[in-house]
Design a protein around this ligand. Sequence first.
Ligand SMILES: [Zn+2]
Ligand SMILES: [Zn+2]
Length: 228
Amino acid sequence: MALIKKNTTIKEYQSFIDYVYGLPNDRYFSLGDMTTNMERFIMRGLKGIRKENNEKIRINLLIALSWFMSIMNRLHIDIEEEIWKRFPYLCSYCGSCPCSCKKQKINKRQKISINNKKRPKTLSQFQKMFDEIYPPTSRTLDHAGVHLAEEAGEFLEAILTYRGAHKDKDFKKIEKEAADLFSCIMGVFNSLEINTAKELSKMFSNNCHACKVAPCSCSFINITEFKS
Ligand SMILES: [Zn+2]
Ligand SMILES: [Zn+2]
């Protein structure tokens, strides 16, 4: 039996998703299919924001996050590493914590240096880091949602570009956009005071959250028509 612990690291979460969903993903879904599914659940989460339905936001973004991890596995991206490179306890743009982009009207990406001593260990610690860099009090939930939509679009665009010519520089762009997208999912969860690791540990207490088997044995139809 595989499960996600409350004190899971991002790396452990990523390998859990590989262990449980790697096989059906390989058999059923192309990279494009997986990206579409991730987008589908992000969209449902955004609808939850518009409808002020926190439960809808929570469940759909948790599923979106797990599709996101499947994409990271397909592309062999170590997302924890990419997140840390992009957000080393600092805003990736202005290089400060908390972010001062707005206050200082920063319009050029600043050079940032990485202090590995500050690196969070668990997913919860990473979430807390994002809470400190981008405090929810400095924006509304709607704003966090708009930002998430924007980053989801940029991530998709990076995947499309890479699929065009398979250039290394385009792959690097996917890694960066993936870290940005992850930060925006954390942003919405921070606005709602949802502890992602705790929720994942409840959802994934025994293999696949739907069929409770590993590798997941949900049928293709059940996966593609899954709604929550
Ligand atoms: Zn900033
Ligand atoms: Zn399943």
